[in-house]
Design a protein around this ligand. Sequence first.
Ligand SMILES: NC(=O)c1ccc[n+]([C@@H]2O[C@H](COP(=O)([O-])OP(=O)(O)OC[C@H]3O[C@@H](n4cnc5c(N)ncnc54)[C@H](O)[C@@H]3O)[C@@H](O)[C@H]2O)c1
Length: 367
Amino acid sequence: MSIKVGVIGAGGMLQYHAAGFRQAGAEIVAVADPAPGAAAKAAEKWGIPNIYESVDTMLAGCKELDAVSIIVPNKFHAPLSLQCLKAGKHVFCEKPPALKASEVEEMIAASSSAGKMLMFNFNNRARPDARAMKAYVDDGTVGTINSAQAKWIRRTGIPGFGGWFTNKELSGGGPVIDLLHMIDLALHFMGYPEPAHVLANTFDTFITDKNFKGPWGIPDRADGINNVEAAAHGFVTFKTGQVLSLQVSWAELIKREEVSVVFQGTGAGGKVERLFAQDGIDATAIDTCELYVQENGNSVNRTIVTLPCEDMGRIGSAANFIESLEGKAEPLNTPVQALRLMQIIDALFESASSGKPVSIRPSINNF
Ligand SMILES: NC(=O)c1ccc[n+]([C@@H]2O[C@H](COP(=O)([O-])OP(=O)(O)OC[C@H]3O[C@@H](n4cnc5c(N)ncnc54)[C@H](O)[C@@H]3O)[C@@H](O)[C@H]2O)c1
């Protein structure tokens, strides 16, 4: 019997979740969205039989659901995940996992007590080049990654002015939250070590400047709020002795958009990089996947050839959730990894506001 999924939120990201769930053989049986007409429009486009105006009515009215997919503004990730886990549904939740680490702790506890799976959409792990690189980490070629650099920088990438993306209360932050993928990918390659300290700063230069609007995002709202950072730079140390530097931006005077993880391992260095001819337009991107080794007295650069992936692994990531539920694949991420990522993000914002290095507080539940 196929897994029956209810999707929560009928905005821009639904297309990838729907395609991924279908690719893995799941049935999308319900869609919930309170915006007038949004659920009906998505239902028509994706052939979804049941539409609801809220998660409450969906959970009450559609008893056949096995799993839900949460694709709504970030503020609602934790409360809706908790509600659905408590109702006995498996949860696939968009990134960021929540607004802060303490919410992820609650989500992990709810997932354990319900005995239901909790996964997040760290879709860049599903890109062919990221999967290829991870294979070289797993087979020991890379060795221990001593240091890594994670970057997602956009020159003109503010995703609309005054909508939920730029409203700190609704989004939790700007590019630190929105473009957290390369930090996650670096940690994925590094073995998701326990973070120890973070020193960082954020900058809001250009956050209200229309010259820095990106081609991707949601409609502008003149009466809306723009109170998130436009860029952040930081340094993370780990209990293992590994280190990570990071740079993320929606608006920063750089040459062009760059999405990359570079690392220095004890066996090999490496780089997974997506460069854009035009900011935010995936069709203009060129991906590189390389390993750097010393062989027979030579410096050797290996190029790993992988298929281009315009959807940035989004379809494969949604498919992995279904395949993991069915025991056909290993889950691409775990809730404890999501917690470590949010601990780093909490500490990054704390360091930026205090101007001091921040020590990561241990998980209250020893996760
Ligand atoms: N993984 C990625 O590559 C990626 C890319 C973009 C966005 N995202 C994430 O996806 C999520 C949604 O982003 P989007 O671009 O689709 O946003 P969007 O604004 O296009 O759509 C969000 C939808 O959620 C609906 N909604 C709001 N509150 C709701 C609730 N309580 N119950 C049901 N529906 C509700 C809204 O009416 C809207 O239709 C965000 O968390 C964002 O961070 C991920």
